[in-house]
Design a protein around this ligand. Structure first.
Ligand code: ZN
Ligand code: ZN
Length: 291
């Protein structure tokens, strides 16, 4: 049964809450290891270069937010396990577009067809492939949507002892691990490409906007014209899986933050992933990492 968390009116919407939770490399790594079987404190400590303090804080936050339940260790809830499609999209994108990783990423094999695969973003209603540039999605902000409500609250989570990035998903962390970067990426996917428009959307100081644009350009996600490059566009499945997860589990009193229709089938768009090898719908239990 899906238990949705109701968010108070006028506050952070589902996207803002989700970015605050998952726009954090350690949280993503803890969830990844949980999907691979970690459930006790020592499991994460032995698998990740994470400090006691950071692990304790993240597990508490993820438990509080309904991704884990305490018992004999930490067990993923349905909400926690449901991040698999986000992690899978990140894994595929980092694998294809990012050279520097502290660990070699394993190969993704689809249990049903036995072949290595890439996840393909599709419409869950009609199974049609959806690309960032094919204009088959119409829509945008819904009743609780606005730039202001879609960015996480300013965070104080970078404390001493809270080591910087882990380096496992280095560029994903750069794209979504910072409130302004995440908003900038969201704006770019909505077609924004002028400095003044970015600034208007983010409502942030110009030096901050300039700094974030420079970072995205240096990563090759934005080009010199401030438009998304092929690498940037390829991040779309991560964005749509994040949006899907956010809206499955959190709902603002006013309604959804984002509303999209898939035009070819005229249905509300819900992201799903297909196997690039056999074309079947991917399910969490059918995705296996092999070395
Ligand atoms: Zn469709
Ligand atoms: Zn397959």
């Amino acid at each position: 049964m899906l238990e949705v968390t109701e968010l108070p009116a006028g506050q952070r919407n589902a996207i803002g809450v989700t970015l605050g939770l998952l726009g954090d490399e350690w949280a993503l790594l803890i969830l990844r290891e949980a999907l691979l079987g970690a459930s006790r404190f020592v499991d994460w400590r032995s698998r990740l270069p994470i400090s006691n303090a950071v692990l304790t804080a993240r597990l508490a936050r993820l438990t509080e937010s309904g991704l884990f339940v305490r018992g004999n260790g930490y067990r993923l809830t349905e909400r926690g396990a449901d991040v698999w499609s986000i992690l899978l999209s990140i894994w595929a994108w980092e694998d294809r577009w990012v050279a520097a990783h502290v660990e070699r990423l394993p190969v993704r094999v689809h249990r049903l067809c036995g072949k290595p695969f890439d996840p393909v973003l599709v419409c869950s209603a009609c199974d049609g492939t959806v690309l960032a540039i094919d204009h088959t999605l119409a829509g945008g902000f819904g009743p609780s949507g606005s730039w202001e409500r879609s960015v996480p609250a300013a965070t104080t989570r970078r404390r001493s002892g809270d080591s910087a990035d882990a380096g496992f998903f280095p560029e994903t962390a750069a794209l979504i691990g910072n409130r302004w970067s995440a908003a900038l990426v969201g704006a770019a996917f909505q077609g924004v490409h002028r400095f003044s428009d970015f600034q208007r959307c983010l409502n942030a100081p110009p030096t901050m906007v300039a700094d974030r644009i420079r970072t995205l350009c240096s990563l090759g996600v934005l080009g010199d014209d401030y438009r998304l490059t092929a690498k940037g566009l390829a991040f779309f499945p991560v964005v749509m899986c994040l949006v899907g997860w956010a809206q499955r589990w959190f709902r603002a009193a006013e309604g959804p933050a984002l509303v999209h229709r898939h035009l070819p089938c005229d249905s509300a768009f819900v992201a799903a992933l297909d196997c690039s090898s056999c074309g079947d719908r991917l399910a969490r239990k059918d995705v296996v990492p092999t070395s």
